[in-house]
Design a protein around this ligand. Structure first.
Ligand code: NAG
Ligand code: NAG
Ligand code: NAG
Ligand code: NAG
Ligand code: NAG
Length: 458
């Protein structure tokens, strides 16, 4: 179920009043206790109110030119000093995580519903593997701490455009042919009606590109590479599922690798026939597309023939449970498996990476050069195995060796709840979850924020 908290008022002129209304209108009783910022907000409110009376005559419905006054509206000087002093030792202290995120403010543009929520009419839109574009928007919108309704106090601007929900009536796959034009029109809209895009040239604006080749917006790598990142997005920050460790035109932009979307409810409700640590009766699992005779699609073969090779070598091998057809209950199969193969498809990444981790099956990553999400929290080399594409024929021997040596170590690392938490998106941001990691990464990019620049130049 998609749950969006809608702003109760549209008039962006009355920021202070809105803040008051939202604080009180939106807090659920169970959230109240977990709101350490309350005291801070009282203070903020006081400062804002004084400012409100001082500067209210500037404020009208139309966005107004940047005014220095706005930049006092927060304990900016103190908090910025904190950011400047950060170093890696500092970041390793959990308390400091809190400090780093406490002051982060994101303004979520309220775009006409054709850019986003109209697509939710199809229930798949918020649940399929590309749904992080919906999940991040939802989580930030629902956050009392990080969301600001005052764009002048925002460090970053989130532009919520859903491009992956135009499902083909023929094959059910999302058609993303309209993605560039939809995004471009959204950018035109916000740059014409607000001053913030022009002030930073979009450098502090954040977009999600959660399908195959991320910010290139094409499903075929060949075409994606030719098209590249749209010119109008090149200065912005893109949250994308696509990532490789080598140069690639589709990551030629400030980007952050995020996990593919896997519904936390489905993970939670998957029958845990085998408890995390219990006996798993499938040794090696893979279910998905494996072409026996892969087609040459403009010079490229699906999965660079890796899946074909897996099928040829191990179909019929009793240790391997390989299935080529869709099955809705496949996640319960993952929960029964020791090793889960995560070979590339057209793109290197797949939701199997997240599903395996979430359900305690050791991911066997076969996708040369893949860049994985949140490597500082998720110790990928310790919780997964990586097999080179060229070594796929030796998979049986490689996994036998691991089973005989370090499998239990890998499983122990994998079953750390923090790892699983980091890869799942929740409706409400939870400390350490996927959206939290996105915010954490943004907090380290504050030098891109136009607001920070203004404060430092003052
Ligand atoms: C990082 O911060 C810690 C404590 O805040 C300090 O002891 C350390 O010297 C700093 N390291 C660097 C490289 O600045
Ligand atoms: C959805 O995709 C189809 C097929 O690519 C396209 O014709 C149609 O215009 C798209 N719809 C929207 C609203 O962009
Ligand atoms: C931003 O720049 C564009 C193109 O230069 C211009 O058309 C638009 O009016 C500007 N927006 C604002 C709010 O000034
Ligand atoms: C695949 O097709 C391309 C043309 O699209 C051709 O140039 C190439 O030689 C083909 N590759 C193989 C291995 O058949
Ligand atoms: C487990 O052993 C394999 C070699 O058999 C090695 O590649 C891998 O890095 C090891 N993993 C851990 C976490 O020790």
């Amino acid at each position: 179920m998609v749950e969006f908290k809608k702003p109760t008022r549209k008039n962006t002129g009355f920021f202070v009043k809105m803040k008051l209304a939202h604080r009180h209108g939106r807090l659920q009783p169970q959230q109240e206790k977990s709101n350490p910022c309350f005291k801070y907000y009282k203070w903020l409110l006081w400062v804002s109110l004084s400012l409100y009376f001082f500067s209210s005559y500037f404020i009208s419905y139309k966005p107004i030119p940047l005014s220095k006054t706005q930049y006092f509206s927060k304990s900016t000087v103190v908090s910025r000093a904190l950011f400047e002093s950060t170093n890696s030792t500092f970041l390793q202290q959990p308390d400091n995580h809190q400090a780093l995120l406490k002051d982060l403010k994101i303004y979520v543009y309220e775009l006409p519903s054709k850019y986003n929520t109209d697509w939710l009419a199809n229930e798949r839109c918020s649940n399929h593997l590309f749904a992080s574009e919906v999940a991040i928007h939802r989580a930030i919108s629902n956050s009392d701490d990080v969301r600001t309704f005052d764009p002048y106090e925002a460090d970053f601007f989130f532009v919520p455009v859903y491009v992956s929900c135009n499902f083909s009536t023929v094959n059910g796959f999302p058609a993303i042919g309209h993605a560039r034009s939809l995004l471009s029109s959204a950018v035109q809209l916000i740059s014409a009606s607000f001053p913030f895009w022009n002030s930073s040239q979009g450098a502090d604006h954040v977009f999600v590109a959660s399908h195959d080749f991320g910010s290139c917006f094409h499903t075929l790598e060949e075409r994606a590479m030719e098209d590249g990142v749209p010119e109008f997005l090149k200065k912005s920050i893109i949250l994308q599922t696509f990532g490789v460790k080598y140069d690639h035109p589709c990551q030629d932009v400030e980007n952050l690798v995020i996990p593919p979307y896997v519904s936390p409810e489905i993970v939670r409700s998957t029958p845990q026939k085998a408890p995390l640590t219990g006996r798993r009766d499938i040794w090696v699992f893979f279910r998905g597309k494996m072409e026996v005779h892969p087609k040459n699609v403009s010079g490229r073969f699906y999965s660079r023939k890796v899946r074909t090779e897996i099928w040829r070598r191990f179909n019929g091998d009793r240790r391997f449970y390989l299935q080529r057809h869709r099955f809705a209950g496949y996640q319960s199969e993952i929960a029964r498996s020791v090793f889960c193969l995560c070979p590339l498809g057209w793109a290197p990444w797949s939701p199997r990476l997240v599903e395996s981790v979430a359900l305690g099956c050791v991911p066997v990553i076969i996708a040369d050069g893949i860049r994985l999400p949140f490597p500082t929290t998720v110790p990928w080399p310790e919780i997964s195995l990586t097999v080179a594409e060229k070594d796929v024929a030796k998979l049986g021997r490689i996994l036998e060796r691991v089973a005989a040596t370090n499998l239990s170590t890998i499983q122990k690392n994998l079953w750390d709840p923090a790892v699983k938490r980091a890869l799942l998106f929740n409706n409400q941001i939870q400390e350490g979850d996927a959206t939290w990691h996105v915010l954490y990464a943004l907090a380290q990019k504050l030098d891109r924020s136009h607001r920070t620049v203004m404060v430092l130049n003052k």
